[in-house]
Write a protein that binds this ligand. Structure first.
Ligand SMILES: Cc1cc2nc3c(=O)[nH]c(=O)nc-3n(C[C@H](O)[C@H](O)[C@H](O)COP(=O)(O)OP(=O)(O)OC[C@H]3O[C@@H](n4cnc5c(N)ncnc54)[C@H](O)[C@@H]3O)c2cc1C
Length: 463
C-alpha cells in the first residue's frame, strides 16, 4: 500500500482534520522550573544538613576526623547531585514540556562536572582521613579499604566507570567519537550509580545506625530508578508497541532531502505538537542500532506521521534507502518549540534550510488569525523543501511566504532583510529553526531589532 505525502498535506486547512488531530498535551506550566529548582535546592540543603549533623565534635577532633568529614560531605552531596543529573534527563514530561529536551540537556551538561569532582574528592579525603586515623600509609589504607570495608570495591569500580563516562563527555574527546559510541559509554553512569549505592548505606556516617534515613535514601534511589525506567524506556516502548509504525513511503522533496511517511495506529493519541521532534529508530539492517532526532514535518493524523530528512551523514543519508514495511521505534515527542511558547497574536517564522521541517509543522498549529510571515533561507533553489506546503499554510492563515535564496556571500540575511520582509516584527512572536549557527545568527539579529527575548522561540538542530 502506498499513501502519498499529499494525503497528509490534504488535511491542511481541513477543519475536520483539526478536530480529529492529535491529542493536545496539557498547556505549559511556567511555574514548573521554579518549583523544580526549589525542590532540588531543598534537597541539597537537607543532604548537606544531614551530613553535617551526623558528625560529632569528638569525631571531628579525632585523628583524621576533618579529612573524613570532608570526604563524607563531598560524597553525599556528590551522590545527591548525580541523582539530580539522572533525573534531569529522565524525560519527565512535565519538566521536558517547559524546558525542552535541549534545555534539559544543557542543565545536565552544566551540572555534570560537579558530582564527578565531588565524588572524586570524597574518595581522596576518606582515604586520607582513614590513613591518618590508623596511622598507616595511603597505599596500605587503599588496600585495607578495598578488602575490609563492605561495598568499597564495587564503589571503586563505580568511580572508575564515572571517570570513564566523564572523560568521554569532554567536548574535545566527544567530538572525535561517533555519537553512538559516546552515548553507549556514557550509559555506564547508570551502572556506576547502582554499584555505589550499597557502600553509602553501609559506611556513610549519616546512615549508620539511622534506619529511618537509610529507608528515605533507599526510597529516593528507587523512585529515581523508577522514573528513569518508566519515562526513558517504558513509555517509548509502550508507544512503539501501541502505534505499530511502519514506513510506507520515502519520497524526494529537494536536493538530498526525503520525506518518510509512516503509517500506524491511533496516532491521534500521540501527544504531539507542530514543532516537536522524536528520536526515530528504523529497524532495517545497518541502521537499526541508531536512534536520531528528527522533527515531525507535519502534524500527525490518526494514521500517519511524516518526517523530512536532509542527508548530512550516514544515518540521515541511509534513510533514502528505507524499504516500505520497515518497522519504526519512536521516543518522544519532545521539545518546547511549539505555539504554546507564543505570547502574541501574530507570528513570524524563520527557517534555515532543513529547519523548514519543524517550521512547517508549527505553522499548521497556528490559528487562522495569526497572519504569519514565513521566511525560508536557503543557499540554492533546489535546497528548498516543502515550499508549496509552507506557502499554502501561510496563505490559509492570512500570511505569506518569502524564500530568500542565494549563497551567503551574495545574498545577505541581515537586519534590513528581516525588517523589510516582516512588517511589525515587534508585535510578533518570532520562531526560528535550523542549524545552530543559523539560529544563533537570527536570534541575535531579531533581538537587535528590539524583539524581546520572551517573544523569540528557537530550535537548533543539535543536542
Ligand atoms: C531537535 C532536533 C530536530 C531535528 N530535526 C531534523 C529534521 O527534521 N530533519 C533533518 O534532516 N535533521 C534534523 N535534525 C538533525 C539530525 O538529527 C542530524 O542531521 C542527524 O542526526 C545526523 O546524523 P547522521 O548520522 O546522518 O550524520 P552525522 O555525520 O553523524 O552527523 C552530522 C551532524 O548531526 C549531528 N548529530 C548526529 N547524530 C545526532 C544525534 N543523534 N542527535 C543530535 N545531533 C546529531 C552531529 O553532531 C553532526 O553535527 C534534528 C536535530 C535535532 C537535535
Amino acid at each position: 500500500m502506498s499513501v502519498s505525502v499529499e494525503s497528509i498535506s490534504s488535511s491542511i486547512g481541513d477543519p475536520s482534520a483539526a478536530a480529529s488531530g492529535p491529542r493536545r498535551p496539557r498547556p505549559r506550566r511556567r511555574w514548573v522550573p521554579d518549583a523544580a529548582l526549589t525542590v532540588v535546592g531543598l534537597g541539597l540543603g537537607a543532604t548537606t544538613g544531614l551530613a553535617i549533623t551526623a558528625e560529632t565534635h569528638a569525631a571531628l577532633a579525632s585523628r583524621g576526623g576533618v579529612a573524613t568529614f570532608v570526604g563524607s560531605i563531598t560524597g553525599l552531596v556528590g551522590m545527591y547531585l548525580a541523582l539530580v543529573m539522572v533525573l534531569i534527563v529522565s524525560r519527565i514530561p512535565l519538566i521536558e514540556r517547559v524546558l525542552g529536551l535541549d534545555g534539559l540537556l544543557r542543565w545536565h551538561r552544566w551540572l555534570s562536572p560537579w558530582p564527578l569532582s565531588l565524588i572524586g574528592l570524597h574518595a581522596v579525603f576518606v582515604t586520607i582521613g582513614y590513613a591518618q586515623a590508623t596511622r598507616s600509609g595511603i597505599g596500605h589504607e587503599v588496600s585495607a579499604l578495598l578488602s575490609d570495608y563492605p561495598g568499597v570495591l564495587t564503589a571503586t569500580v563505580a568511580l572508575g566507570l564515572m571517570a570513564l563516562a566523564g572523560t568521554v563527555s569532554i567536548r574535545a574527546i566527544r567530538r572525535r567519537l561517533r555519537r553512538e559510541t559516546w552515548w553507549t559509554i556514557h550509559l555506564v553512569m547508570y551502572v556506576a550509580l547502582a554499584l555505589s549505592f550499597s557502600h553509602v548505606i553501609a559506611l556513610g556516617p549519616t546512615f549508620v545506625q539511622h534506619p529511618l534515613l537509610q529507608l528515605v535514601w533507599t526510597l529516593v534511589w528507587i523512585a529515581t530508578a523508577g522514573l528513569v525506567i518508566v519515562f526513558r524506556f517504558g513509555i517509548p516502548l509502550l508507544r512503539t508497541l501501541r502505534h505499530r509504525l511502519r514506513v510506507i513511503e520515502v519520497r524526494p522533496e529537494a536536493h538530498g532531502v526525503v520525506s518518510i511517511v509512516c503509517e500506524g495506529r491511533a496516532l491521534d493519541r500521540l501527544p504531539a505538537r507542530g514543532g516537536q521532534f522524536m528520536c526515530w529508530r528504523f529497524l532495517q539492517s545497518g541502521i537499526w542500532w541508531q536512534a536520531h532526532p528528527y522533527s515531525l514535518s507535519a502534524r500527525p493524523t490518526a494514521t500517519h506521521l511524516r518526517l523530512t530528512v536532509k542527508n548530512l551523514g550516514d544515518h540521515s543519508g541511509g534513510l533514502a534507502q528505507l524499504e516500505p514495511g520497515t518497522r519504526v521505534m519512536i521516543e518522544g515527542p519532545y521539545g518546547a518549540f511549539t505555539t504554546d511558547a507564543g505570547r502574541r497574536q501574530r507570528a513570524a517564522l524563520i527557517a534555515g534550510g532543513i529547519g523548514v521541517t519543524a517550521t512547517r509543522a508549527l505553522l499548521e498549529d497556528l490559528p487562522r488569525t495569526a497572519r504569519p510571515i514565513v521566511i525560508l533561507r536557503v543557499s540554492r533553489e533546489d535546497d528548498a523543501a516543502l515550499v508549496g506546503e509552507l506557502a499554502e499554510l501561510a496563505r490559509q492563515r492570512g500570511g505569506r511566504l518569502h524564500v530568500v535564496c542565494g549563497p551567503r556571500e551574495r545574498v545577505r540575511f541581515d537586519a534590513d532583510t528581516v525588517e523589510r520582509l516582516v512588517p511589525g516584527i515587534l508585535q510578533r512572536d518570532v520562531y526560528v529553526c535550523g542549524r545552530p549557527s543559523f539560529v544563533q545568527h537570527v536570534v541575535e539579529l531579531v533581538g537587535g531589532l528590539g524583539v524581546p527575548a520572551d517573544a523569540i522561540h528557537h530550535e537548533a538542530y543539535s543536542l
